[in-house]
Every structure is written in C-alpha cells, then in structure tokens.
Design a protein around this ligand. Sequence first.
Ligand SMILES: C[S@@+](CC[C@H](N)C(=O)[O-])C[C@H]1O[C@@H](n2cnc3c(N)ncnc32)[C@H](O)[C@@H]1O
Length: 256
Amino acid sequence: MTGRATGGRYSERPARQTDGRAGTLQEVAEAPGGQPVWSEVDRYIEDLLLGPDPALDSATAASAAAGLPAIAVAPNQGKLLQLLVRASGARSILEIGTLGGYSTIWMARALPPAGRLVSLEMDPWHAEIARRNVAVAGLSEVVEVRVGPALAALEAMVAAGEGPFDLVFVDADKEHNADYLDWSLRLTAPGSLVVVDNVVRGGAVLQEASTDSAVIGTRRLFERLSAEPHLSATAVQTVGSKGHDGFVIAVVGGPA
Ligand SMILES: C[S@@+](CC[C@H](N)C(=O)[O-])C[C@H]1O[C@@H](n2cnc3c(N)ncnc32)[C@H](O)[C@@H]1O
C-alpha cells in the first residue's frame, strides 16, 4: 500500500477497459472510472468511515514537513491494518518499514494493554520522525523503533529469541520481501498473520523479464509463498488513492 500513486509505475501490458477495449494499465488508470474515481471513492470512504484524526493528520503533516516521501499506507488501508490487529486479537506486532510511523500508529492503537509493536527502519531520519509522531499519538510506551537494515535486525531478533509476534506487516524494500517472509516465519507461531504490502505494483508483478528489483523481489515472494507449506496465503488487488496495487495476507500454520 505504499506510494505508488501514479504514472511510470504502470506496465505497458494490455489491460481490459470497462467497455471491453484493450488499453495499457496507464490508460485504464487515466480513463473515466480510473485513478480520479479511485481517489474520489477513497475520500468518500474516509469521510464516512474514518473521519478526522489529529494524531494521524499530524503524523502525515510532520512527515511531509521533514521531507519524508509520501509513501505511507492510505488512511483506509491503515484502518484495515488496525482492524486486522483487532480481529486477530494480536498482542505483539512486528513491522518491517516504519517511514514516519503512520501505519505504526494505526496498528499500535489496536493493541491491548501490555501489547507491543517493534518497527524496523533503516533510515535514522525516518526513525527519528516516526518516534516523534508516535510520541504525539501517545504510543511511546507501546512502540519501539529500531534503526538499521531490517535483514540484520531480524537475524539479531531470532538470535536473541524474540517473538513470537502475532502479526507481521512487511512494508520496506521490496527486493527482500521473500527474505522478510522467511525471517517472519521464524518470528511467528501458528495462527500469526503476515501482511505484505505492494505486491501488485500496477500489474508489473506479471512481468517475468522485469529488471526492476521491486518486481523481481515481489515475484520471488509469490514463488516462495506458493512453495511454503507452513502458510496459507492469498493476495488481493486494490485500487484507490495509491493507484493499482495489492497486498498479501497469510496465516502461519498451513491450509485450513
Ligand atoms: C513504504 S515505507 C514504509 C511505510 C510505512 N509502513 C507506512 O505505511 O506508514 C518503507 C520504509 O522502509 C524503509 N526501508 C527501506 N529499506 C529498508 C531496509 N533494508 N531495512 C529497513 N528499512 C528499510 C525505508 O527507509 C522507508 O522508510
């Protein structure tokens, strides 16, 4: 669900428009019923079901003012993450990719008393802004932001015997998504949820010969998922203010 909003991210692969004519995904996005409508529908949903939220609005504004890229999840996607935390009864969350802490705040708010969220972020400036935003949201006691490359952090967590986490949200560099899945399996238990963002990439996930590291990493993730007997997974395509993308959701413990 990252920032992925517009042009340049759509493949040239033919898509089918609503009137039955073939067009590129870019053309579909720009056509009536495309991106402007997706964004407008997101606003409609947010107005009716989410409403204003001073801490989250402040996090978005502070992140922008600090020069962070606008690649956080959309508000309705943040709410989806929050609902997943609530519905699963998660007490511990691992997030890979913090940015300014926007998705962090959405999820941490749904934790029960004594719940905790560990978020991994490579960029010290992003981590600093995230900590400030988390503090404004009153969640400093719940959220720990760790700075450094996620792969090293995950290895250290396994070595230290951390976990199991009830929910893992993967939203960092896409090229390492399959590795993040492997580490997630070592840091979770049967019944834990794993959610991976940005797995459709405007349809570019279909491009077998892509040289884009994010596409290659996403395809590796799907191959890994399809071969993993200890997970039951699906993926859902989405359109909205962030364009055409999608997420993987998996439950640890194999097919039901
Ligand atoms: C898409 S943003 C995360 C957005 C955030 N989850 C949200 O929705 O509010 C990805 C973040 O992952 C961080 N990142 C990229 N590569 C990383 C790595 N190897 N290890 C840890 N963090 C990384 C980036 O610096 C960036 O802040």
